[in-house]
Design a protein around this ligand. Structure first.
Ligand SMILES: Nc1ncnc2c1ncn2[C@@H]1O[C@H](COP(=O)(O)OP(=O)(O)OP(=O)(O)O)[C@@H](O)[C@H]1O
Ligand SMILES: [Mg+2]
Length: 153
């Protein structure tokens, strides 16, 4: 059985996902892939959720949906990784962000000119001009994904 996806008719669908509960990493990835397939150049998606919530797992699907065959892992010591594809996806992880200077060096505007950008620990960006998706640990392998703010376009 696939993940339960909220009714799409009741809201402005850009990220496809309103609220869903997944029971496996593959289901979370599949939701990411759906989003990736809808992203366009200039889209910024922030992911919020505790350690191990499934942000990177979700991004793995987003990259596939963007047409990238790249291996998606945690950017650990890099702030950003770029995956070329039908649509370039920049994968940012702000977990180790230490200063606002680092944020400026990221070249976010340029990355958005080149494609879409997805940001783990995205709430640290403080950007209102972005979609915000939260991933919540519900115990064991169960996660709740919710679109807190949709893409504005
Ligand atoms: N339903 C699920 N959705 C996503 N991941 C799941 C699910 N069930 C189990 N997992 C597991 O939880 C872990 C999630 O790790 P992941 O690296 O994606 O989290 P993260 O939010 O990126 O963590 P971090 O804050 O360290 O970057 C993986 O080991 C994954 O296999
Ligand atoms: Mg991660």
């Amino acid at each position: 059985m696939g993940p339960a996806i909220g009714s799409e008719s009741s809201y402005r669908v850009t990220t496809t996902l309103r609220e869903a509960v997944t029971d496996t990493p593959a289901q979370t990835e599949a939701l990411g892939e759906q989003l990736g397939g809808r992203l366009r150049q200039g889209d910024l998606v922030l992911l919020q959720g505790e350690l191990g919530a499934g942000k990177t797992t979700f991004v793995r699907g987003v990259a596939r949906g963007c047409g990238s065959g790249a291996q998606v892992t945690s950017p650990s010591f890099q702030l950003v990784r770029v995956y070329p594809g039908r649509l370039q996806l920049a994968h940012v992880d702000l977990y180790r962000l230490e200063s606002s200077a680092e944020l400026r060096d990221l070249g976010l505007d340029e990355l958005l000119d080149q494609g879409a950008v997805v940001v783990e620990w995205g709430e640290r960006l403080g950007s209102a001009d972005a979609a915000l998706i939260s991933i919540e640990h519900l115990g064991h392998d169960r996660r709740r994904l919710r679109t807190e703010r949709d893409l504005d376009r």
